[in-house]
Write a new protein. Structure first.
Length: 208
């Protein structure tokens, strides 16, 4: 349990005992009003990949989700929750390079956190809800961005992302998962492979 701005935050940390990581990553989960928690299968797969690449990985439940205290705050309070979790991770691993990732609603929170926190060295967005939430600020955020999107996502359609993505600041990469729906049903292995392929080089550089 971490100390958050609205009370305790339920969290899960994956790290290797006895080894100080050179890379640490925070992952934000999807919309809590629709059942999103840190145990979501996409969030779990992302955490597994990042930990496999050598990162200490912190997942947490936004206020009102799981055992976290507080109530849903339409993104404002959730950003502060993420900021608190990020601060905790940075304090635990002060020499590590810091990445932030998010899935769906969590990617909106992660992107806003990266825009406000100079310490964020890389941003991973999985199925960002560009049609429902504003991402226009990424036009001026030069943090390296990896965006992963399913071609059959009917919650956050690929077409909406493709219309906005060209305006986002470089460096950036868009990876499309053919046939994947919003929750990557039967495509989690493909998601994991795409994340590994896109991030392995950067993770090696961070650990050098």
């Amino acid at each position: 349990m971490l100390e958050g701005p609205a009370g305790s935050l339920d969290a899960l940390l994956q790290e290797d005992a006895g080894r100080e990581p050179r890379l640490a990553a925070l992952i934000c989960h999807p919309h809590p009003r629709y059942g999103g928690t840190m145990h979501n299968k996409v969030v779990h797969r992302c955490a597994t990949v990042l930990h496999g690449l050598g990162a200490a990985v912190l997942r947490f439940n936004f206020r009102g989700a799981g055992r976290s205290e507080g109530t849903f705050d339409r993104g404002a309070g959730e950003l502060e929750d993420a900021r608190a979790a990020f601060g905790w991770l940075r304090a635990r691993h002060p020499r590590a390079r810091l990445w932030v990732a998010g899935f769906s609603f969590g990617s909106w929170i992660a992107a806003r956190l990266a825009a406000a926190e100079p310490a964020v060295g890389r941003l991973v967005l999985i199925a960002p809800p560009v049609g429902a939430s504003g991402f226009g600020f990424l036009k001026s955020v030069a943090v390296p961005k990896l965006v992963v999107q399913g071609t059959r996502d009917d919650v956050c359609p690929l077409a909406a992302l493709e219309a906005e993505f060209p305006a986002w600041a470089e460096p950036k990469t868009l990876v499309r998962i053919e046939g994947a729906t919003h929750f990557f049903d039967r495509r989690l292995r493909d998601l994991g492979a795409a994340l590994t392929a896109a991030l392995a080089g950067a993770a090696r550089d961070a650990s050098a």
